[in-house]
Design a protein around this ligand. Sequence first.
Ligand code: ZN
Length: 88
Amino acid sequence: MGKRKKSTRQPGAGRTKIPPLDTVFTCLFCHHERAVSCKIDDRARIGYLSCKICGQKFSADTDSLTQPIDVYSQWIDACEDVAAQEDA
Ligand SMILES: [Zn+2]
């Protein structure tokens, strides 16, 4: 009885979609969101962060697996180290 509706699947629904990687972050110094952008120099294996608002810069050694978020977390660690030293 009746026609069976063909399942309405959205085209491309089965495809695995890789979400774009975050390359912009909140600045640890001026706290502006999306103010810090990260670039990774694959040849030199160095990741660079810079804040477009306050001009803070950071760079870290990377390897082929390093993502911008990893450079950012290294920046957080480095800032915490500095803060700890200033506390002492
Ligand atoms: Zn900043």
